[in-house]
Design a protein around this ligand. Structure first.
Ligand code: ARG
Length: 572
């Protein structure tokens, strides 16, 4: 089946093409009617004719006659009101479709999704939370659409700090160091190493030789390095399990993976004539990048000390993603501060011929998480906030709210539900605003059951579910004739038909917030419907229609929340 939106869009195209081919009419949900079509004005301009006259001709062709009544408004908008039979047919079709009208793509793409990407021996912070949550939602949506997603958790597991980290590990003793890591106390470990490095020259010397040993592949040094990496990755795995994301250990392909490819990156840049020596470092100067003084900006691929950097690794990774993984899309869910770095990497890759034009390569950029003071979110002691601490606080808060609401769940069941609510609160708050924007981490607002929040959507779903519990008999989607006599049921029905375009638009813009907006609107439509149209006390065909609308509402909320990585419990 094609979705209601697509059917309408096709009809509209036919109607336009009948007047003059090549128009590109746009369709959107509207308050005035069910849908509004734009594009008449552009066509009229092209034809040098009066818009309303062109509109008359489009409507007069009769291409829309069996799906909608059309009214010409203003300077040539087409206001479409769907015909009852068409609506009935579309609802009937999605009722029997587990995908609720969203058709899998014909041409699946290979999408390489770089996300989460925390650093070994360092705490995951709210920036990594954003990358993980946004990346996870995109991965779920892409996969649902039928694409192949290859997740790349580009963990920072290489570089000069490992000298001091390994030396500190030896000072502490392996056992104690491992214990610190498994307690999730990564920052303390890192900071202790840093303090010694800054204060103690002997330690500094040891650390430096250790870096050399690491880079030259000394087996014992590599073993110690692995301990740090493995312990960190298993800790990250615990965090992922806790926040319920789809990342698996196999998605970790850290910076170290690219070590053997770095030499080749340099060689190929050199033979392409792109490499320039600047202050002892090997650089590429991609055109169009300048510093504040207007001087050309280098992408440093090899530092003065002969070490490779972050940029060289990203170049090697990009090459692998194109030529080995055959990615059609390379997406990087990375915060705004790294925008220039990634743009330069992409530009250099294009210059070097590693990034063909047909490969989409984009940073899925996101803004900062701010504290109540609208400054970067910090803990009370002024440090970066640990992700797990935020989670625990949200779970505690949700637990208390359940208590206040007189939840009859106890013990583990209540804790489980509180966790589901807390995750919904945090993930939805992160996903529901345009990702480029900063947002304020306001736990109280995020966990509220009212307003544009994750728990509100979960609660709407639980309310629908409770209708079916009270029904007392199993309910299967069945052949229902949708009359939709009340405006509230008609509005709900129109909302239910809106999932496919909302999801498509979220995917094409890489903006999960569009799906959030859709779901919030649907939950509100359901609330109005539920106030106006009693379900269980209705009778006969009317009751069946209302139950069918409720069933579709529950399924749409469940599917939509699921694509955002949010659970939809049956009871709250
Ligand atoms: N590890 C980096 C950080 O914590 C993020 C890596 C992003 N991905 C990339 N391919 N550079 O800032």
């Amino acid at each position: 089946m094609s979705s209601t939106y697509e059917s309408l869009r096709e009809r509209l195209q036919e109607a336009f093409d009948a007047v003059a081919p090549g128009a590109d009419p746009a369709l959107r949900l509207s308050d005035r009617s069910d849908y509004q079509a734009n594009g008449v004005m552009a066509l009229a301009k092209r034809l040098g004719r009066a818009p309303r006259q062109v509109a008359q001709e489009i409507v007069g062709g009769g291409h829309l006659a069996d799906v909608a009544t059309v009214e010409i408004a203003g300077p040539g908008f087409l206001n479409l009101t769907l015909l009852p039979e068409f609506l009935n047919h579309q609802l009937g079709a999605i009722s029997l479709d587990a995908r609720l009208g969203f058709v899998e793509v014909n041409h699946p793409l290979r999408v390489i999704l770089d996300y989460s990407s925390p650093n070994v021996a360092k705490e995951m912070h709210v920036g990594h939370l954003r990358s993980t949550v946004i990346g996870d939602a995109l991965a779920r949506m892409y996969r649902f659409a039928g694409h192949t997603v290859i997740a790349r958790n580009h963990v920072g597991d290489w570089g000069t700090p490992f000298g001091m980290l390994i030396e500190h590990l030896l000072d502490l003793g392996e056992e104690l160091a491992i214990a610190t890591f498994s307690m999730g106390d990564l920052n303390t470990f890192y900071k202790e190493a840093r303090v010694k490095f800054d204060a103690d020259d002997a330690f500094k010397d040891r650390s430096r030789s250790r870096v050399v040993a690491l880079q030259s592949g000394d087996p014992e040094t590599l073993r110690l390095w692995r301990v740090l990496v493995d312990e960190s990755i298993s800790y990250f795995g615990e965090v992922y399990a806790k926040i319920d994301v789809t990342l698996v250990p196999g998605d970790v392909v850290g910076e170290s993976h690219y070590n053997e490819l770095l030499e080749g990156v340099i060689d190929d840049l050199a033979s392409a004539g792109l490499l320039v020596e600047s202050e002892g470092a090997q650089c590429v100067f991609p055109p169009g990048f300048q510093n504040r003084e207007g001087e050309p900006l280098p992408l440093i691929v090899r530092k003065r000390d002969e070490g490779f950097g972050y940029a060289a690794t990203d170049l090697a990774a990009l090459r692998e993603r194109v030529s080995v993984l055959h990615g059609d899309e390379l997406l990087y869910v990375v915060g705004a501060p790294q925008a220039q770095h990634l743009e330069m990497v992409f530009a250099v890759a294009r210059l070097a011929g590693w990034l063909p034009d047909e490969v989409r390569c984009e940073q899925v950029i996101f803004g900062n998480v701010l504290g109540p003071d609208h400054k970067m979110l910090k803990s009370r002691s002024g440090e970066t906030v640990k992700l797990v601490d935020l989670l625990d606080e949200a779970i505690e808060r949700a637990y208390v709210i359940l208590e206040e609401r007189g939840s009859d769940l106890d013990g583990d069941a209540r804790l489980h539900l509180a966790t589901q609510i807390a995750l919904a609160a945090i993930k939805y708050a992160d996903l529901s605003s345009e990702r480029q924007h900063d947002y304020v981490f306001d736990l109280e607002r995020m966990v509220a059951f009212e307003g544009d929040t994750g728990p509100y959507l979960q609660y709407a779903h639980a309310r629908v579910s409770s209708i079916f519990r009270r029904l007392g008999e199993p309910w299967q989607p069945r052949d229902v004739h949708f009359e939709l006599a009340e405006s509230a049921s008609r509005e709900l029905a129109l909302g239910l038909l809106g999932l496919p375009p909302a999801l498509s638009s979220s995917l094409s813009s890489l903006q999960p917030h569009r799906l959030c907006t859709y779901l919030f609107d649907l939950a509100q439509r359901f609330t109005s419907f539920y106030d106006a149209c009693p379900v269980l006390s209705a009778e006969g065909a009317l009751r069946d229609e209302r139950l069918a609308l409720c069933d579709l509402t529950a399924r749409t909320l469940r599917l939509g929340l699921g694509l955002l990585g949010i659970d939809a419990p049956d009871q709250m």
